[in-house]
Design a protein around this ligand. Sequence first.
Ligand code: ZN
Length: 415
Amino acid sequence: MTKSVTIDRERSTQRIENDIETLAGPDFTESDQAIRRYAYTPQYENTLQYFTRELEQIGFSVWRDPVGTLIASNVPKGAPAFGVGSHCDSNRNGGKYDGTLGVVTALEVCRLAQESDQQIPLRLISFLEEEGSGFGQMLLGSRIMAQRVTEEELKTKFLTPEGVPFWDAAKAAGYEPERWRESAEELEGLTGWIELHIEQGRVLQDTGNRIGVVHAIAGYVHGDFHFAGRADHAGATPMNFRVDAALPAAETILEVERLANEIGDTTVGTTGEIESFPSLINVVPGGVRVSLDTRSVTGGHLELRDRIVAYAEERAEARGVGFEWVERQGLDVTPMSDTIVEALRAEAEATGEPFIVMPSGAAHDTMCVADSTPTAMVFVPCLDGLSHTPLEDSDTADAALAAEIILGAIMALDA
Ligand SMILES: [Zn+2]
C-alpha cells in the first residue's frame, strides 16, 4: 500500500499549533482559567470569524446555517463534496483541544487540498453547541441539521441556565430559528464525512498509538433513579422504623458496576450524580436521586438499563421505598462506514506510524451526520485521557499526521 499523499508534517504541525494557540487567547474565551465559549457569545462569534478568515484566504466560500453552524466549501453550496469538521464550542471549564482541534485539523486538510495540484471538493462544518453547555443539550447543532429535534423543543424546552429558550437566544444573536428545517440542506451532496477529535480516554496513550480509526460510536442511555423514603430524625428513629432512601440507591450503584462487568463487550455504566434530600447529617435520607449513564457499541447498554431498572425497583420495593425511573435521552449505536474506515486504516498503515481501529465511547456530532452520509472518525491521543478541563493536552504533530491520513483517505475514495 502506498500513501495517497505526502505532506510537510512539520509545516502542518506549526499551522495547527498556531491556530490552537490563537484560539486559546483572551478574545476567544470568557474565562482566563479555562476555555469557555458557548454559542451566541462574543467569544464564540470571534472563533467563527477566525475560521471564516482562514477559510476565505484559501478560496473557500463560508456561510452559516439558519441557527449558526458554520459551513465552508470550495465548490458551490450543495455540490458533491467530502465533509470534514467538528465543533468549536467548549465545556464550561474546557480546554484548548476538545472540538476545536477537530475544526482546526479540518481547516488544515482544506489548506493542504488547496495547495495540492488536484481539485478535491470539500465541505467544512463547525457544528453549533456540541457540548450542551449553553442550552443543556448535547450535539444541538448537528441534531438540528439532522432534524432530530422538534420546533416545540427549540422554542420552549432547550433553555440557558438563566431560562432563556434556544429560539429567543438564536434570534437575539441575529439568526433565524424559524428557518431551522433548512439546516438539513447543508448535508445534501455530502459524499462522505470524517471528524477528528481528541480521544477523551487513555487507550491511545497507554498503548503507544498515535492514531485511532473509529469503527463505531457507542449508543447511550441517560436517566435518573428516584428513590422516595421518609426523612425521619436520625437520633429519634430506631433502625427498624426507617424508610431510608439511600439504601436501595447504594445497592443500585454497586449493581451497575457488577452488571456492566457481567455484560462486558464495551458496556460501561456510571452513576455520576448522587443527590440526597434533605442532605443533613441528622436526618434519614427522605429522597435520593442517582443518575445513570450507560454506553456500548454492541447494545449492551440497553440490556444494562433494563436489568438495572428492574433491580432498583425490586430493591426499593423490598425496603418499602418508592421508586421511579425517568429516562432523559438516549441514542442508538452508530456504526461507521466500512469503506471510509478501510480507507483511513490503509492510509494510516502506509504512514508506518502506530495506530489502532477502535470504538468511540463518547458521543460526537458524527452520529447525526451518519443518518444521511457514510462517516468515520479519527482520534488522536490526549494526555492522560483528560478532557473538559484546562489541563487538556494533545500533540499537534499527531493532528498533522491525522490531517495527512484524512486527506489521503479522501483522495483514495475520490479516485
Ligand atoms: Zn468534543
